[in-house]
Design a protein around this ligand. Structure first.
Ligand SMILES: [Zn+2]
Length: 226
């Protein structure tokens, strides 16, 4: 979908003329996380034309929350930083939250950092979230090995305790490689970034959710199998 643009007139720092700059209107509300028509209530720019702000209102009828967009202006299209920006917890299914409440908490903190533009902080946060997710999932599968799992390196936990679940192994291995890139001085995976790391973690999350639901249905219905 193409971004909705509004224009604002600002002073040109290099000359006497005013200039017009393009501001992107967000298409998602930071409160209800619905994609909706966002209304622009007001907009203004700083005197020197370097920054602008806008007041928005969510168009989703039951929400109608009001929030701010802050723009650092360039001559191209300007995307806002949104205040307040709150992560959407519904991307993590309840089954996964039950298995690892710590993962959920750390993941949402990393999300908050990412949507506030703090990518250097978000990266190690996602890496830490992944470690909690995998170790708590391994402990969920092998409750008697909880202590060993907690003491082991993440890579070893993946290869020893999750090996039955191939898709989780492959996605979490790759997430670990990218996660380590976020904490090391030198990057190895130059064509991948924090958004790939986030996407891989969400893939692991969806695979765990699917695997647990599958096992639950088999267990529940096999009781009655004739
Ligand atoms: Zn809303």
């Amino acid at each position: 979908m193409e971004a909705r643009i509004i224009r604002i007139r600002v002073k040109d720092p290099n000359g006497p003329q005013d200039r017009h700059v393009n501001l992107v209107v967000p298409d998602i509300c930071p409160f209800c996380h619905h994609h909706s028509q966002i209304h622009v209530l007001a907009r203004a720019a700083s005197k020197d034309g370097s920054t602008a702000g806008a007041l928005f209102q969510c168009g989703f009828e039951p929400c109608q929350s009001v929030f701010l967009g802050y723009y650092t202006l360039s001559n191209t299209v300007n995307s806002p930083v949104i205040f307040p920006s709150r992560p959407d917890g519904s991307v993590i299914p309840d089954i996964v939250i039950d298995i690892s409440p710590s993962f959920y908490e750390i993941f949402l903190q990393a999300e908050t950092a990412l949507i506030n533009g703090l990518t250097q902080i978000a990266g190690p946060g996602y890496r830490k979230a992944l470690e909690f997710l995998i170790k708590d999932y391994a402990s969920h599968l092998y409750p008697d090995h909880k202590d060993e799992i907690e003491d082991n390196f993440l890579g070893k936990v993946i290869s020893e305790y999750i090996k039955e679940e191939k898709r989780i192994v492959e996605a979490s291995k790759r997430a670990t490689w990218l996660g380590n890139d976020e904490t090391h001085y030198k990057r190895k995976w130059e064509d991948k970034d924090i958004h790939d790391l986030r996407e891989l973690i969400l893939l692991v999350v969806r695979e765990i959710d699917a695997s647990e639901k599958y096992k639950r249905y088999l267990a529940e219905m096999d009781k009655w199998k004739k």
